[in-house]
Design a protein around this ligand. Structure first.
Ligand code: FMN
Length: 207
């Protein structure tokens, strides 16, 4: 079982990293293999709808290939996102808009948890911004015992949010539980469903 932890903060060692470290420690304790990916702070384009990925299956802007490869190699994914103005930073939104459009199969049917960090408020806005991408890809959404958020403005201060840290451990445990159950299901011949061919009904065509 391999878990990918993605840090979508521009800060390598901020409060988002603190939350992810708590998940990682719990997953290690449970025996899961983890990989860590830091999105970094390079500027990224959002999807331009150019259609260039249609034939090639990859985005014309190559800067999401490493992230897509990391998703491909994982059984489950935990994404940590900081709160920027009551939502997720543009960098991760831009990356995911292109990744879901060009290489959706790298996340399809994989359990995903999104955890958020912030200094003061509206952290669920950031979580929701990221989570909704995976609702386009049949991903089971994993939760904790409370919305998966932690309060802090840097690595150290997030370490004082004992309840938030406990919730991060519960997200990790729930993720491990679901992945273990899916492994067992697979061994017993129960796999994920095969999606029907897509029906695309543009609203204007109904008028
Ligand atoms: C541009 C910007 C906007 C922010 N907006 C919010 C906000 O709306 N709510 C909040 O709680 N914190 C907000 N913060 C604070 C960050 O969420 C907080 O510093 C958090 O630690 C960032 O995670 P990181 O340390 O992993 O980068 C904002 C920070 C920045 C840079």
């Amino acid at each position: 079982m391999k878990l990918l932890l993605v840090n979508a903060s521009p800060h390598k060692k901020g409060s988002t990293a603190r939350a992810l470290d708590e998940c990682r420690a719990k997953l290690k304790e449970l025996g899961a293999v983890t990989e860590y990916y830091h999105l970094g702070n390079a500027a990224r384009n959002s999807c331009t709808g150019c259609g260039g990925c249609k034939g090639s299956g990859t985005c014309v802007f190559g800067d999401i290939d490493a992230l897509a490869d990391a998703f491909t190699g994982a059984d489950g994914i935990i994404i940590g996102v900081p709160t920027h103005y009551a939502g997720a930073p543009g960098n991760i939104l831009s990356a995911l808009s292109r990744l879901l459009f060009s290489r959706k199969q790298c996340v399809e049917y994989k359990p995903i948890a999104v955890i958020g960090s912030g200094r003061r408020g509206c952290i669920t806005g950031a979580i929701g911004d990221v989570q909704k991408f995976f609702e386009f890809a049949s991903c089971p959404i994993i939760s904790g015992v409370y919305p998966a958020l932690i309060y802090g403005s840097d690595y150290e201060s997030a370490g004082f949010d004992a309840e938030g840290l406990q919730n991060m451990r519960s997200v990790a445990e729930n993720m491990y539980w679901i992945l273990s159950a899916l492994e067992l299901a697979e061994k017993n011949g129960i796999s994920h469903p095969i999606s029907e061919p897509k029906i695309k009904t543009d609203i204007p065509s109904l008028l």
